[in-house]
Design a protein around this ligand. Structure first.
Ligand code: ADP
Ligand code: ZN
Length: 288
């Protein structure tokens, strides 16, 4: 009999729920809008009740409590999404499913997906950034997430400002942090145009690449990962990757010898699936 696993990619706008096998094949996938915990979780629970699952992996928007010995383990903590503040996500799932549950951030899950089945496969380290509605990242070293008192929050680090950029930034906490300068809503607020509708020739993309290259540069110097993967809606701009690589090369200025940039700075091999594959893989780890 094949082993069925559940995956929840809990995002700020939608929850993507999937059922897959322990070969990490996705069999079924649905998506529910993120409204209130009552509404959204009722749909999630009904969906999974249809299957005889062995484990569930959750990658959630955050910040979240990841410490198993903490009284609020499994909770979403200080999110700006008020309805979900201090929400006991894992506790609610445990009330409905007597199963092992893997719990991590959305970006850690995506990093893990690429690590086991994408550009990180066969390597011992990778860092995954998403640049979408928000910015976040997960880092893996020897199969483990890099974390300490909590999970990293690499989406809110600081940047050196581009000399042509006067935008004040859109992060409600920090203004012009990384997320406040490069995420989709920052692009729209600054240019008045959604990223997907902004011409490839628009001068803003040079500024965006200048910032994302700094992210790759800082990541390189701090973690020296074997690959840096940039996912999320904004990176659907095919021309961005090459711009980022060029700016990165200028920043590094020969100081460190990285792997060839075409293999080092990449978009996800799993395209839109790194989070789902990662959650399935983390669920599978729970039943080993
Ligand atoms: P989420 O972060 O909500 O999971 P996405 O990663 O798709 O979802 O990010 C959505 C953001 O990315 C929006 O702000 C949107 O304007 C922007 N975006 C989506 N597609 C593109 C595109 N092709 N080019 C540039 N920006 C895009
Ligand atoms: Zn911020």
């Amino acid at each position: 009999m094949r082993t069925l696993l559940g995956s929840i990619e809990a995002g700020g706008t939608k929850f993507v729920c999937a059922v897959g096998t322990d070969d990490l094949e996705i069999l079924e996938r649905v998506s529910f809008p993120t409204t209130t915990p009552e509404e959204t979780m009722a749909l999630v629970i009904d969906f999974f009740k249809q299957y005889d699952l062995q484990a569930i992996g959750i990658g959630s928007f955050g910040p979240i409590d990841i410490h198993e010995d903490s009284p609020t383990y499994g909770h979403i903590t200080s999110t700006p999404k008020l309805a979900w503040q201090e929400y006991d996500f894992v506790g609610e799932m445990k009330r409905h499913f007597d199963l092992p549950i893997a719990w991590t951030t959305d970006v850690n899950a995506a990093a893990y997906g690429e690590y086991v089945k994408g550009h990180g496969k066969g390597l011992s380290s990778c860092v995954y950034y998403t640049i979408g509605t928000g910015v976040g990242a997960g880092a893996i070293q020897n199969g483990h997430f890099i974390e300490g008192f909590s999970h990293p929050e690499m989406g809110h680090t600081t940047l050196r400002r581009h000399s042509d950029d006067l935008f004040e930034g859109s992060c409600p906490f920090h203004g012009d942090c990384l997320e406040g300068m490069v995420a989709g809503p920052a692009i729209e607020k600054r240019t008045g145009i959604k990223g997907q509708d902004l011409e490839e020739t628009h001068p803003f993309w040079e500024i965006e690449a200048y910032y994302i290259a700094q992210v790759a540069y800082n990541t390189t110097l701090m973690f020296s990962p074997e690959v840096i993967i940039f996912g999320g809606g904004v990176m659907k701009q095919d021309h961005m990757l090459e711009k980022v690589r060029q700016e990165f090369e200028k920043l590094v200025n020969g100081y460190v010898k990285t792997p060839p940039l075409k293999e080092y700075i990449v978009t996800p091999a799993l395209v839109d699936d790194p989070g789902t594959i990662g959650c399935l893989a983390l669920a599978k780890e729970k039943i080993r």
